[in-house]
Design a protein around this ligand. Structure first.
Ligand SMILES: NC(=O)c1ccc[n+]([C@@H]2O[C@H](COP(=O)([O-])OP(=O)(O)OC[C@H]3O[C@@H](n4cnc5c(N)ncnc54)[C@H](OP(=O)(O)O)[C@@H]3O)[C@@H](O)[C@H]2O)c1
Length: 331
């Protein structure tokens, strides 16, 4: 990839896409093709083909997707399967038609089987039943991974996929209804501090272990894969993570420390925990020479600083009065 290559980042205003744009700009890549959702709806095949034919990108980072937390995924599965299948099918096929040199598709660690052995290796894909709450999303994303592999096999193109673990970073989604666990905890603990609460209730027992990757590290991995790896690897899948996990309890304590919340953390065990542990095996990318660099506390501090910058847009959320609370004391 040359610094003047024509590079299309799909989804450039999202958490992942905006980090990829930052990383590319930092690396001197100045010829970025960017379109907002309003300018180019990627579910519209005609519009996508016209865009590729007119702009002729050489490299594509496919970070546009319909993404949501457990609530959104479990209540609107049709939206998640439809939008994601359409976006990725249109972009991958148009990239092939226009002779794109390399395309990187962003999958997700949540598309591995629910009971995959830990840490999860790339070979585990399609080896068992999926987590039911996000099955529709996962099926769409698996289709994207397999579509890249099929185009490589049939057409000899250089399309690959990365499977990032849970991401967090500047510009994350802090909506209480649709956010993922780390931004949701930042939001909840920040709100508690602002309101002067002496207690915060955290969803579940606090005991499940999870892995979190700073979005800029994920972007660095994406650029590494596209620009540095030999592409006999077309169709390959690369896990992207830190290789380290921690309990939700330890995460909540870390966030409370960063936010400056001095009250008590209580755990609502009426809420489901999900799988006890989710950690990616990152040895494939490590062997190739890449590893994550941002310590979790550093990344959470940077994310919270960015959150505070747009604090006007984050008035304290109202919590449901029906929320059933059982305190589990970890102190
Ligand atoms: N967040 C994570 O923890 C995580 C973890 C692993 C993998 N990933 C992967 O990273 C990718 C991006 O996730 P994200 O967290 O960055 O999501 P995000 O913040 O919601 O961003 C998604 C982007 O896609 C755009 N988009 C959605 N539908 C579109 C459409 N029909 N046409 C054009 N643009 C559209 C959105 O634009 P609008 O906002 O304007 O709709 C937004 O810019 C996904 O493939 C996801 O699986 C994310």
């Amino acid at each position: 990839m040359r610094t003047d290559s024509r590079i299309y980042v799909a989804g450039h205003r999202g958490l992942a896409g905006s980090a990829i744009v930052r990383r590319l700009r930092d690396g001197g890549y100045g010829n970025l093709l960017l379109r907002t959702h309003a300018e180019l709806d990627l579910t519209d095949q005609g519009a996508v083909r016209a865009f590729f034919a007119a702009e002729r990108p050489e490299y594509v980072f496919l970070a546009a997707a319909k993404v949501g937390g457990i609530l959104a995924n479990s209540t609107r599965p049709a939206d998640f399967i439809y939008h994601n299948l359409m976006i990725q099918t249109n972009v991958i096929d148009a990239a092939h038609r226009c002779g794109v040199k390399r395309l990187l598709f962003l999958g997700s660690s949540c598309i591995y089987p629910k009971l995959a052995p830990q840490p999860i290796r790339e070979e585990c894909l399609l080896s068992g039943p999926l987590e039911p709450t996000n099955e529709a999303y996962a099926v769409a994303k698996i289709a994207g991974v397999k579509m890249c592999a099929a185009y490589c096999r049939q057409h000899g193109v250089e399309f690959a996929s990365v499977m990032p673990t849970n991401l967090y970073g500047p510009g994350d989604n802090y909506d209480p209804e649709t956010s993922h666990v780390l931004p949701a905890l930042i939001r909840k603990i920040h709100d508690a501090k602002v309101r002067g609460q002496d207690e915060v209730f955290v969803w579940g027992s606090g005991l499940p272990r999870r892995e979190f990757l700073y979005s800029d590290d994920m972007a660095d991995a994406c650029v590494f894969v596209v620009s540095k790896l030999p592409w006999s690897l077309g169709g390959e899948v690369f896990n992207v993570g830190t290789g380290e996990d921690l309990t939700i309890l330890d995460l909540a304590r870390l966030i409370a420390r960063v936010v400056g919340f001095e009250g008590r953390l209580a755990f609502d065990i009426s809420k489901p925990d999900g799988t006890p542990r989710k950690l990616l095996d990152v040895s494939r990318l490590r062997a190739a020479g890449w590893r994550a660099r941002t310590p979790l506390e550093h990344g959470v501090r940077a994310s919270y600083a960015a959150f505070l910058e747009i604090d006007g847009a984050h008035p304290p959320a109202t919590h449901s009065s029906k929320e059933k609370r059982y305190a589990l004391d970890h102190s």
